[in-house]
Write a protein that binds this ligand. Structure first.
Ligand code: ACO
Length: 428
């Protein structure tokens, strides 16, 4: 028999069903609460509120577990390709060889962006942050594909939009970088795999041959897989809620990109490197910066530390830390920021403040150091995260739209002025 949650309010007892997920996660279904009692719940930051039931990603913050569609992140990061993981997230199962080939083929066909979009890039100042450019460009794609405006038009049309997005995001991302440094845009090369093609568009020049380093594209493949989904985080919840208004997928993904940009979310990878550079320039006194992070009168936080759901360790950080050591060794790079990062991690992990609050390095603590080793400029780090997260956003949007979820519309407890009469300007 399923469990029932009971609670008392104003002398009355209310009953609500308890629902249980496939990994025994339990939730009280309060969807009838207001109708029955007139009350709503309040939970700023949604720390205890599930917004949906989802079959895509399982995460256990206490145990440090992350699985996409049941497959452990460690196995996927080690053995799969990013496009294979994208297929898994979006369509629910690992693809057969034929299905993967057809998916990759469709993505390859759509890598070019409309020539008119080049003019949009040229209108941005060289100092434009690439995340701002990327979000606008992704929203602009909707203007070239009016048939995508109805997200429910047909399954084929939905698939075409999904494939276009996965295909074009690396092109738009690389071009936002080329534009910032005022270098000529490099067109995609469709004989390259997804990650190598991105590196080509980022770093090749029309004047010379560019050799893709397999170490680099394999590291990139791993990083993108690690970022591909993370259940109901800020940008994913944003994508689902914006998409729930039945706006087109390009617009919903553009909203996800802007949510990701913030330093408390995906923007942390850029913020970590900037913080490590600051500590380095300040003489490398890690203890001083740990003290600053603990001081409640100081707004400084250790970027790359802490997570809303991981309270033991972030499994992605464990994989990334190892990958970081491997890549720096393979590429023969010595990065002073890595030493500072390691010192900082050690000091913080032994400090009572961080222990008491379960603050551990998150995925972004080491990802920036790898991106630096791959030659990716700091301002592009969050763009890299967006490329990785795209399949997750799409999968979550698809689940939401195909599940017929209602428009997302939270309630509030009003705390403003009660009714008062308007005073004409002349009498104020
Ligand atoms: N440095 C110092 N103190 C911290 C940090 C930090 N990085 N993170 C949290 N704390 C402290 C808070 O001050 C608070 O202390 P208090 O209880 O004495 O008031 C306590 O730990 C809990 O912090 P909250 O902000 O309430 O935790 P929340 O779950 O809301 O925030 C977040 C999580 C946003 C990730 C936070 O830890 C943070 O700001 N970290 C730094 C930014 C970062 O790395 N973000 C990337 C997250 S991963 C991602 O999005 C991909």
């Amino acid at each position: 028999m399923s469990e029932i949650a009971k609670f008392e309010l104003d002398g009355k007892t209310y009953e609500f069903p308890v629902i249980e997920g496939t990994e025994n996660e339990k939730a009280i279904d309060i969807s009838t609460l207001r109708g029955k009692s007139g009350y709503i719940t309040i939970d700023p930051g949604f720390k205890n509120t599930g917004s949906t039931q989802s079959a895509i990603t399982f995460l256990d913050g206490e145990e440090g577990i992350l699985r996409y569609r049941g497959y452990p992140i460690e196995q996927l990061a080690e053995q799969a390709s990013f496009t294979e993981v994208a297929y898994l997230l979006i369509y629910g199962e690992l693809p057969s060889q034929e299905k993967l080939a057809s998916f990759q083929n469709s993505i390859t066909k759509h890598t070019l962006v409309h020539e008119d979009m080049k003019q949009f890039f040229e209108a941005y100042p060289a100092k434009a942050h690439p995340m701002g450019v990327l979000a606008s460009m992704v929203c602009s794609l909707s203007t070239f594909y009016p048939e995508s405006l109805d997200p429910n038009r047909s399954p084929e049309s939905k698939d075409t939009t999904i494939h276009r997005l996965i295909a074009k995001l690396p092109t738009l991302a690389a071009w936002s970088y080329k534009n910032a440094i005022r270098h000529p845009f490099m067109y995609p090369k469709n004989d390259l795999d997804y990650c190598s093609n991105f590196m080509h568009m980022m770093f090749a020049m029309p004047t010379e041959e560019y050799q893709i380093d397999p170490v680099v594209s394999s590291a990139l493949n791993k990083l993108l897989i690690l970022h591909a989904d993370h259940e109901q985080n800020c940008s994913t919840a944003t994508t689902r809620i914006v998409g729930s208004s039945q706006v087109n997928l390009y617009a919903a993904i553009a909203a996800g990109i802007t949510a990701l940009w913030g330093p408390l979310h995906g923007g942390a990878n850029q913020a970590v490197i900037e913080m490590l550079e600051k500590i380095d320039a300040d003489g490398g006194d890690v203890d001083k910066w740990v003290l600053k992070a603990k001081d409640k009168d100081d707004s400084f936080r250790l970027m790359g530390f802490g997570h809303r759901v991981y309270k033991n360790f972030d499994p992605r950080a464990t994989i990334i830390k190892k990958a970081c050591d491997d890549i720096l060794e393979k590429m023969g790079i010595e990065d002073p920021l890595l030493d500072i990062a390691k010192k900082l991690e050690k000091v913080a992990l032994e400090d009572d403040y961080f222990i008491a609050r379960n603050l551990y390095p998150n995925v972004d603590f080491y990802s920036g150091i790898i991106y630096r080793a791959l030659g990716i400029p700091t301002e592009m780090f969050t763009v890299m995260f967006a490329i990785g997260r795209l399949p997750g956003w799409i999968a979550q949007w698809k689940e939401m739209i195909e599940g017929g979820e209602p428009i997302g519309r939270p309630r509030q407890v009003y705390t403003g002025a009660t009714k008062r009469d308007y005073v004409p300007l002349s009498k104020r």
